[in-house]
Ligand binder design. Structure first.
Ligand code: SF4
Length: 370
């Protein structure tokens, strides 16, 4: 990785530039770099980044698509765990860049590997691990937690395949420990009829996660106490309100929303499911969508023949993803032109190996179910 001294221009230089200069820098860098670079734009990214993206999608899709390109450099305009996933799934020769190192994910940051290992140890001490317990982590988690799942017969899931994977694990294991999104875990568990009193909530800041040993022994599902700060902003009263205000509206939400919101909605599913549902709906249909605002706004622009609203009137934006501004992208690309790789995300070999085990397990199990 290059040092600051080697960089052609500092980030501050780019912050001082006009929007037109930034656009010009990005375009001319892309021309020089050609197919050696692929720019990934997550669905929740801002428009002034998405318009420079070669590929758009959700985190897993983007990593897979990038790995299939011949690009030497993957510039991931998303958040930290997504760039890690691109490094895990990418070709050994591909190098991954996150244009702003501060672009983290508040949900992924709610579970550290030390906390997860400590929780696992505590479960062992009270005999819970005498039962078959599978650790399952949502894609939105650190590479270290994915690797933990890989080492311990567990798996990674996305919001698209959580249901088929729960189905397999519920048959083969006595219980699951789900990280880090309690809401996706609870909503998916509810699909299988697991009652709420069989879902324990693990607070990493309390002994036994704030549960009694008996509660943990009896639980079918242990949910890590994490959540998405964006989807957590939707409340059940937003659903009531939008139904009162827009007769005939259908409420479509992401399963990272709370159980109460999901229960009151008409449909829930992954980002891809939300996009597909709107694409396939007839002209004139009305939707109130509970997910990140940039995605909802773009859907509304793409389908002017449909009435598309954000479920909550206040701004539900992924603030950390928003940190990646055109200035950061211009800085990263300009450095690449000069031969400097800035903000490289590198997952160490052992973590990468076991994280890949959990991801490969996800792929093979999901394929078996299809
Ligand atoms: S929307 Fe939520 S889960 Fe997704 S990256 Fe942002 S904070 Fe993380």
């Amino acid at each position: 990785m290059s040092t600051v001294a080697e960089q052609a221009r500092t980030l501050d230089d780019f912050v001082a530039m006009s929007d037109a200069e930034i656009e010009e820098t990005i375009e001319s860098a892309r021309e020089v770099l050609g197919r050696r670079v692929v720019i990934l734009g997550h669905h929740y990214q801002r428009d002034d980044i998405v318009r420079h993206a070669d590929l758009t999608g959700d985190s897993y899709q983007l990593s897979v698509m990038a790995s299939r390109t011949d690009a030497d450099f993957i510039v991931f305009c998303g958040v930290h765990f997504m760039a890690e996933s691109a490094d895990i799934l990418g070709k050994p020769s591909q190098r991954v860049i996150l244009p702003d190192m501060g672009a983290g994910c508040s949900m992924a940051d709610m579970a550290s590997i030390d906390q997860v290992e400590d929780a696992w140890e505590q479960l062992g001490e009270i005999g819970v691990l005498d039962q078959r317990v599978a650790p399952i982590t949502y894609m939105n988690s650190t590479a270290a937690i994915k690797a933990f799942c890989g080492r311990n017969e567990g798996v990674v899931c996305t919001s698209s395949n959580a249901i088929p994977l729960f189905d397999i694990y519920l048959q083969e294991f006595d219980k699951m420990f789900f990280f880090p999104d309690q809401h996706l875990g609870r909503n998916t568990g509810a699909n299988f009829g697991i009652p709420l009193d069989k879902m324990a909530l693990w607070n990493p800041h309390e002994e036994l996660g704030g549960n009694t040993a008996d509660e943990l022994r009896e639980a079918k599902l242990i949910l890590w106490r994490g959540h998405c700060s964006v989807h957590g902003r939707f409340k059940d009263w937003h659903v009531d309100k939008v139904r009162d205000e827009i007769p005939g509206v259908k409420v479509l939400v992401h399963p990272e929303c709370t159980r109460e919101v999901v229960e009151k909605s008409d449909l829930n599913g992954s980002t891809s499911f939300i996009i597909r549902t709107v694409e396939e709906s007839p002209a004139g249909s009305k939707w109130a969508i509970g997910t990140e605002v940039n995605l909802v706004t773009r859907l509304a622009q793409r389908f002017p023949d449909k009435e598309i609203h954000l479920l909550a009137p206040d701004l539900c934006m992924c603030a950390t993803m928003y940190r990646i501004a055109p200035q950061n992208l211009a800085w990263a690309l300009d450095n690449l032109v000069d031969g400097n790789v800035v903000n490289e995300i590198v997952v160490d070999g052992e973590t990468k190996h076991y994280a890949k085990v959990a991801l490969d397990r996800m792929i093979s199990m999901t394929e078996k179910k299809n």
